[in-house]
Unconditional design. Structure first.
Length: 94
């Protein structure tokens, strides 16, 4: 039996998106979003005067660097899959 997608409202950089995901993936998505949003706030504090797109780009570079720096193939695969799912859902919304 195919699992059903549930609607989830997510927030990235003060913008709300409605996505659909498997219930089992919701926790991972929310955890990833918390990390991303916390880093955006951190970069906004460190680099005042930039626009939101700059902060998002900085966070994505930081996030990708963390994945490769950890050199943990299992974690890297899981994070890539999660980010791919988020990207697919955002593409559907946009």
């Amino acid at each position: 039996m195919e699992e059903e997608l549930i609607p989830v409202n997510i927030v990235i950089a003060d913008r709300t998106y409605r996505i659909r995901t498997l219930a089992k993936d919701e926790g991972v998505i929310r955890s990833t979003l918390k990390t991303i949003n916390d880093k955006i706030v951190e970069f906004k504090t460190q680099f005042a005067g930039k626009d939101m797109q700059d902060y998002i780009a900085m966070v994505m570079i930081w996030y990708a660097t963390q994945l490769t720096a950890d050199n943990n193939p299992l974690l890297e695969k899981e994070m890539k899959e999660t980010l791919d799912k988020i990207e697919q859902q955002l593409d559907k919304v946009l």
